[in-house]
Unconditional design. Structure first.
Length: 150
Protein backbone atom coordinates (compact mmCIF):
# COMPACT_ATOMS: atom_id res chain seq x y z
CA UNK A 1 0.00 0.00 0.00
CA UNK A 2 2.96 2.33 0.48
CA UNK A 3 5.48 1.07 -2.01
CA UNK A 4 4.62 3.27 -4.99
CA UNK A 5 5.43 6.34 -2.89
CA UNK A 6 8.47 4.69 -1.32
CA UNK A 7 9.60 3.58 -4.77
CA UNK A 8 9.19 6.99 -6.41
CA UNK A 9 11.11 8.58 -3.54
CA UNK A 10 13.93 6.02 -3.79
CA UNK A 11 14.22 6.26 -7.58
CA UNK A 12 14.41 10.05 -7.43
CA UNK A 13 16.76 10.27 -4.44
CA UNK A 14 19.19 7.77 -5.95
CA UNK A 15 19.09 9.24 -9.45
CA UNK A 16 18.17 5.86 -10.90
CA UNK A 17 18.24 6.00 -14.71
CA UNK A 18 15.05 5.41 -16.70
CA UNK A 19 16.64 2.27 -18.16
CA UNK A 20 16.03 0.55 -14.80
CA UNK A 21 12.30 0.70 -15.61
CA UNK A 22 12.65 -0.89 -19.06
CA UNK A 23 10.47 -3.98 -19.59
CA UNK A 24 13.40 -6.37 -19.23
CA UNK A 25 14.65 -4.72 -16.01
CA UNK A 26 11.61 -3.38 -14.16
CA UNK A 27 10.95 -6.61 -12.20
CA UNK A 28 14.47 -6.53 -10.70
CA UNK A 29 14.13 -2.80 -9.95
CA UNK A 30 10.84 -3.43 -8.15
CA UNK A 31 12.42 -6.22 -6.07
CA UNK A 32 15.24 -3.87 -5.09
CA UNK A 33 12.74 -1.16 -4.11
CA UNK A 34 10.93 -3.71 -1.95
CA UNK A 35 14.19 -4.77 -0.32
CA UNK A 36 15.56 -1.27 0.14
CA UNK A 37 12.44 0.56 1.40
CA UNK A 38 9.78 -2.05 2.22
CA UNK A 39 6.11 -1.23 2.91
CA UNK A 40 6.11 -3.29 6.10
CA UNK A 41 9.02 -2.89 8.48
CA UNK A 42 7.84 -4.63 11.63
CA UNK A 43 5.47 -7.30 12.73
CA UNK A 44 5.08 -9.10 16.05
CA UNK A 45 4.70 -12.81 16.60
CA UNK A 46 4.49 -15.27 19.49
CA UNK A 47 7.18 -17.89 20.18
CA UNK A 48 5.72 -21.40 19.91
CA UNK A 49 8.66 -23.38 21.26
CA UNK A 50 11.79 -22.71 23.28
CA UNK A 51 14.83 -21.85 21.20
CA UNK A 52 18.06 -19.93 21.18
CA UNK A 53 19.03 -17.54 18.40
CA UNK A 54 22.30 -15.61 18.38
CA UNK A 55 22.82 -16.25 22.09
CA UNK A 56 19.35 -15.09 23.14
CA UNK A 57 16.92 -17.59 24.65
CA UNK A 58 13.24 -17.45 23.77
CA UNK A 59 10.49 -19.20 25.75
CA UNK A 60 7.13 -20.41 24.53
CA UNK A 61 4.69 -17.50 24.79
CA UNK A 62 7.29 -14.74 24.42
CA UNK A 63 6.24 -11.96 22.10
CA UNK A 64 8.88 -10.93 19.58
CA UNK A 65 9.22 -8.17 17.03
CA UNK A 66 10.49 -9.14 13.60
CA UNK A 67 12.24 -6.26 11.87
CA UNK A 68 11.77 -7.07 8.19
CA UNK A 69 13.47 -3.89 7.03
CA UNK A 70 16.50 -4.79 9.15
CA UNK A 71 16.64 -8.27 7.65
CA UNK A 72 16.57 -6.74 4.17
CA UNK A 73 19.66 -4.70 5.10
CA UNK A 74 21.59 -7.59 6.69
CA UNK A 75 25.15 -7.67 5.32
CA UNK A 76 25.18 -11.49 5.65
CA UNK A 77 22.99 -12.26 2.64
CA UNK A 78 23.22 -8.85 0.95
CA UNK A 79 26.31 -7.26 -0.60
CA UNK A 80 26.41 -3.52 0.15
CA UNK A 81 22.92 -3.63 1.72
CA UNK A 82 22.77 0.14 2.31
CA UNK A 83 23.17 0.79 -1.42
CA UNK A 84 20.13 0.89 -3.71
CA UNK A 85 21.14 -1.18 -6.75
CA UNK A 86 18.42 -1.95 -9.31
CA UNK A 87 20.86 -4.30 -11.08
CA UNK A 88 21.30 -6.40 -7.90
CA UNK A 89 20.65 -10.07 -8.61
CA UNK A 90 17.16 -10.84 -7.35
CA UNK A 91 16.97 -12.80 -4.09
CA UNK A 92 14.14 -13.48 -1.71
CA UNK A 93 13.58 -10.49 0.55
CA UNK A 94 11.19 -10.09 3.48
CA UNK A 95 9.24 -7.05 2.28
CA UNK A 96 5.99 -9.03 2.34
CA UNK A 97 6.76 -11.30 5.30
CA UNK A 98 7.36 -15.03 4.97
CA UNK A 99 5.83 -18.45 5.48
CA UNK A 100 2.19 -18.66 6.53
CA UNK A 101 2.24 -14.90 7.11
CA UNK A 102 3.39 -14.04 3.59
CA UNK A 103 1.23 -11.25 2.15
CA UNK A 104 -1.45 -12.71 -0.11
CA UNK A 105 -1.46 -9.44 -2.10
CA UNK A 106 2.28 -9.53 -2.90
CA UNK A 107 1.90 -10.62 -6.57
CA UNK A 108 -0.64 -7.85 -7.20
CA UNK A 109 1.57 -5.26 -5.47
CA UNK A 110 4.56 -6.29 -7.60
CA UNK A 111 2.47 -6.10 -10.76
CA UNK A 112 1.13 -2.66 -9.84
CA UNK A 113 4.66 -1.37 -9.31
CA UNK A 114 5.92 -2.92 -12.55
CA UNK A 115 3.14 -1.15 -14.44
CA UNK A 116 2.81 2.16 -12.58
CA UNK A 117 6.45 3.19 -12.17
CA UNK A 118 7.44 2.99 -15.87
CA UNK A 119 4.27 4.86 -16.89
CA UNK A 120 4.82 7.61 -14.30
CA UNK A 121 8.47 8.20 -15.20
CA UNK A 122 7.77 7.98 -18.95
CA UNK A 123 5.02 10.57 -18.74
CA UNK A 124 6.89 12.81 -16.29
CA UNK A 125 10.62 12.45 -17.07
CA UNK A 126 11.48 15.67 -15.25
CA UNK A 127 9.89 14.59 -11.96
CA UNK A 128 11.80 15.90 -8.93
CA UNK A 129 11.36 15.92 -5.15
CA UNK A 130 10.19 19.41 -4.12
CA UNK A 131 10.67 19.12 -0.35
CA UNK A 132 11.97 16.62 2.16
CA UNK A 133 9.69 13.55 2.14
CA UNK A 134 7.96 12.80 5.43
CA UNK A 135 7.22 9.27 6.59
CA UNK A 136 3.94 8.60 8.37
CA UNK A 137 3.94 7.55 12.01
CA UNK A 138 2.51 4.07 11.55
CA UNK A 139 2.92 1.10 13.85
CA UNK A 140 4.13 -1.58 11.51
CA UNK A 141 3.68 -0.17 8.02
CA UNK A 142 6.37 1.97 6.45
CA UNK A 143 5.09 4.62 4.08
CA UNK A 144 5.09 8.27 3.32
CA UNK A 145 2.69 10.77 4.79
CA UNK A 146 3.88 13.39 2.34
CA UNK A 147 5.86 13.30 -0.91
CA UNK A 148 5.83 16.65 -2.68
CA UNK A 149 7.00 16.52 -6.29
CA UNK A 150 7.45 18.99 -9.13
Amino acid sequence: MHTIGNGVKTLLETGTPAAALAPDRVADTVEEILRYDPPLHLFTRWVYEEMEIAGHSFRRGDRIGCLLAGANRDPGPWDDPEVFDPARPAKTNLAFGAGVHFCVGAPLARLELQIALPILFHRMPGLRIAEVPRYANLYHFHGLERLMLT
